[in-house]
Write a protein that binds this ligand. Structure first.
Ligand code: PPE
Length: 306
């Protein structure tokens, strides 16, 4: 269950958590035509708190809207202010922040271009997405029987509500089979991403990750690639086959919610030594240093909540 906060920002004002509602004929509810984001804020080592890479997430939200042809009702600068307000008024330091743009009531049917667009920002506490144990010891993943949405059917660069039916089916299948997470292949058979994370593998000291064309361009993926470069770790973007996962030395998955989570097993095969490897541990530590303001080199990624 989500731990309630006091206020949710809806269409320009703060409303009490339980009163932030939409009508049952909300267009997005029926067709999935909406866009959203997932952002985290962290308590900082030196006091206070900061949102991690807020500008990158908001840019992606507006890009997602542009990709599907949804006209934002609120300018980006106002949404930026709304995120800050929600964190401050709820007294939240470590939070998961969920902005969403949705098409409201008016016309039904697919073409409802004149329906009002609703804008919401919620924030709430959310611990380790794949569990504290997963973060520390690594998770068990299964290659999904569901292919990731084809990139010419569901636009990969957008974080689009309806696209997640695909991810939810993959995730549910994996969890029901006793795994923590699903790894999805693209329609050509190459490794794409996990149901809610990007994927990296380590082989002979080099990191490999699928190119950004066929996956969501993760903000965490981008941060982790910058961190790897700063640590002197080579990163190659290329097509990766399923069996390369099995013989990888290490696998890690990245996302705002999952942060940097090691993968200790894929399809019942232990990855490397079957526990988080040295590159994963180094990158994970550097990531937490960055988000918690312990490394001044990444100060530019933090928006302080005042
Ligand atoms: N791929 C997918 C499919 C995805 O959903 C996410 C985020 C990522 C990659 C990583 O993107 P980024 O957060 O920008 O590094 N998944 C969100 C969790 C989904 C959920 O609501 O549950 C997230 O991490 O917020």
């Amino acid at each position: 269950m989500v731990e309630k906060a006091k206020w949710i920002w809806q269409d320009g004002k703060l409303v009490p958590w339980d009163e932030a509602r939409v009508h049952v004929l909300t267009h997005t509810l029926h067709y999935g035509f909406g866009v959203f984001e997932g952002i985290r804020s962290y308590a900082l080592a030196g006091g206070g708190s900061a949102v991690f890479r807020l500008d990158a997430h908001l840019r992606r939200l507006y890009d997602s809207a542009k990709i599907i042809g949804l006209r934002p009702a609120v300018p980006l600068a106002d949404l930026h202010a709304a995120v800050m307000l929600v964190l401050k008024e709820n007294g939240l330091r470590e939070a998961y922040i969920r902005p969403i743009m949705l098409v409201g009531c008016g016309a039904m049917g697919l073409y409802a271009i004149d329906n009002p667009v609703g804008t919401v920002v919620a924030a709430f506490p959310w611990g380790a997405y794949l569990g504290e144990e997963g973060l520390a010891r690594g998770i068990r993943a299964k290659v999904s029987s569901f292919a990731r949405n084809h990139i010419n059917s569901a636009m990969a660069k957008g974080k689009i509500c309806g696209h997640y039916v695909n991810n939810i089916m993959a995730k549910s299948e994996a969890v029901h089979a006793g795994y923590h997470e699903a790894i999805m292949l693209d329609t050509a058979g190459f490794v794409a991403e996990a149901s809610g994370e990007n994927l990296f593998l380590v082989k002979d000291g080099v990191v490999h990750t699928p190119g950004v064309a066929t996956v969501l361009g993760g903000v965490t993926r981008d941060a982790v690639m910058a961190i790897m470069r700063d640590l002197g770790i080579a990163v190659v973007e290329r097509n990766i086959a399923r069996d390369e996962l099995y013989i990888a030395d290490e696998i890690l998955i990245t996302g705002t919610a999952a942060e940097v989570t090691p993968v200790r097993e894929v399809d019942d095969r232990p990855i490397g030594a079957g526990k988080p490897g040295p590159v994963t541990l180094k990158v994970q530590a550097a990531y937490f240093d960055a988000v918690k303001g312990r490394n001044p080199a990444y100060e530019g990624w933090l928006t302080r909540v005042r």
